[in-house]
Design a protein around this ligand. Sequence first.
Ligand SMILES: NC(=O)c1ccc[n+]([C@@H]2O[C@H](COP(=O)([O-])OP(=O)(O)OC[C@H]3O[C@@H](n4cnc5c(N)ncnc54)[C@H](OP(=O)(O)O)[C@@H]3O)[C@@H](O)[C@H]2O)c1
Length: 221
Amino acid sequence: MKTTVNVAMTLDGKIDNVARQGAKISSDADWERVDAMRAAHDAILVGGNTLLAEDPRLTVKSEELRADRLARGLAPDPAKVGIVSACALPANSRFLNDGGGEVFLFTTERTSPEQLALLRNAGAKVFVLGKTRVDLVAAFKVLAEHGIETLMVEGGGGMIAALLEAGLVDEIHAYIAPRIFGGATAPTLADGNGLLGGIHLKLLTLEKLEEDGILLKYKVL
Ligand SMILES: NC(=O)c1ccc[n+]([C@@H]2O[C@H](COP(=O)([O-])OP(=O)(O)OC[C@H]3O[C@@H](n4cnc5c(N)ncnc54)[C@H](OP(=O)(O)O)[C@@H]3O)[C@@H](O)[C@H]2O)c1
């Protein structure tokens, strides 16, 4: 399974400001690129905090791209994947209900039986893989077994760091906005406990976009 992280960040590497409420970073043109990237993938993954705080739809917005997926014999939207230690989504959650893609949830024994039943009743494929934290390698194995060949990761910083640490990321695409958020507690591309020694990357492409944004694509070595 090829896994590509896509993030929008400020020049100082922040993927949100200190308010942590999903600040808009991408330009409109970059949003179109992200939409096309979603349409080109089998599944889109988000981490627990992003999932519970933002309840993202993770759907393809362009009608043209949706029609193109249907013409290729695919669902109009890619599958959605949530990795969340203790899940607590409401039955009317956008993540669970919006769009036309399958929903996968990987969680742990910290999620209540009532929540597991709610998620399954909503049609999600739910996997309990761990006591307190999700076994990421096992989760990726399940996705591959379900035919997911291309996975796009949309954050947040904790999830990206954990995936990098587990050696599960192939590429990173980063849109850099001409802005600085600052703030030691604002989330960055890779949070968690730090990656001693660092993750080494090879630059694939560098592109200047409209409105002074920059798009960098890296291969993870
Ligand atoms: N600009 C962008 O492109 C972009 C995209 C998405 C999100 N964001 C921003 O990112 C921020 C959220 O990032 P975040 O770091 O707080 O949360 P996150 O990466 O969305 O989620 C991390 C959570 O995943 C759970 N998890 C379960 N199993 C895990 C495992 N094996 N390894 C690591 N985590 C595991 C953890 O739960 P436990 O700690 O309970 O175990 C952890 O809280 C928000 O401010 C959001 O707006 C920005």
